[in-house]
Design a protein around this ligand. Sequence first.
Ligand SMILES: NC(=O)c1ccc[n+]([C@@H]2O[C@H](COP(=O)([O-])OP(=O)(O)OC[C@H]3O[C@@H](n4cnc5c(N)ncnc54)[C@H](OP(=O)(O)O)[C@@H]3O)[C@@H](O)[C@H]2O)c1
Length: 269
Amino acid sequence: MALVGKRVAFGRPFCYNENDGYVLSERGMVMGRNVMVTGTGRPYALGFNMVLRYLEAGDRVVATVRKESADLEKLKEQYGDQLIILTMDIGSSDSVNKAAEKLAGEIDHLDLLINNAVTVSPDCDKEFFDANLDYIARAIDVAAVGPMRVIKAFYPLLKKSDDVSLIINVSSEAGSISKCYRRNMIDYGMSKAALNMATMNLVNTFKKERKINIFCIHPGWIRTNGRDDNPAPLSSYEAAGILQGLFDKKWKDFDGPRFITNDGNAYPF
Ligand SMILES: NC(=O)c1ccc[n+]([C@@H]2O[C@H](COP(=O)([O-])OP(=O)(O)OC[C@H]3O[C@@H](n4cnc5c(N)ncnc54)[C@H](OP(=O)(O)O)[C@@H]3O)[C@@H](O)[C@H]2O)c1
């Protein structure tokens, strides 16, 4: 592959090849921002499309899954070393820590971490009197504690970014306590409210250094189930593009609102 140009980004010199858009080091290795996204195995969902968007932008992407995904493997065939597929279950500290250890043997830093993975209980659509309340703890364990496990385990790599590194916790308007209008989705709402609280705790934890920035976001209403009869206005690919632009804008904004929508405006906690 012929190298056709050079630019400096994140304090490092990059070469690029216009034919395929990859950003290469002078030794021909893929370089660019190192981006990690959790929960990426489903081609119609948001995580996979965030992976695709960052690959298309020439970044190196770490896509995490809990089980093998044929669709991600296809992307791997296309993008080669630019894509690292990492297996981890964010409901288990042991699994997350092992994945972080493995990744530290493959890359030396992370610039962006997108905590996208989520789970809901089988009773998510039920209201209080019908829902099995014993399901709720598991949803919170994955959707709120999970991102914290990931941040803790991958913190050493985030700290090694040459510039400010960014953590995005993908939350939801359903996690807003002050705007709550639903009677169902109890586990989901509780888990996202807990994720928002976790985000604010970490804002305080990282505040002094101004080295790691962190937001929780409502990503918009998205057809993440891939069904044509889904009334949500955005496809996952469209939403991922909007979010990519938003993250670039907010990367070094340490002082603005922490819970934001996909247009960058504050959403009430
Ligand atoms: N769709 C919307 O309109 C909307 C609105 C607001 C917020 N959001 C948020 O946007 C994000 C993406 O939504 P989505 O609908 O695309 O999600 P999704 O289709 O439900 O995908 C979530 C991913 O998380 C993975 N996951 C589940 N449990 C896991 C675990 N224990 N360890 C590791 N990974 C696990 C799943 O893996 P498997 O494939 O193996 O099951 C799946 O790939 C979520 O955080 C969601 O809450 C979506």
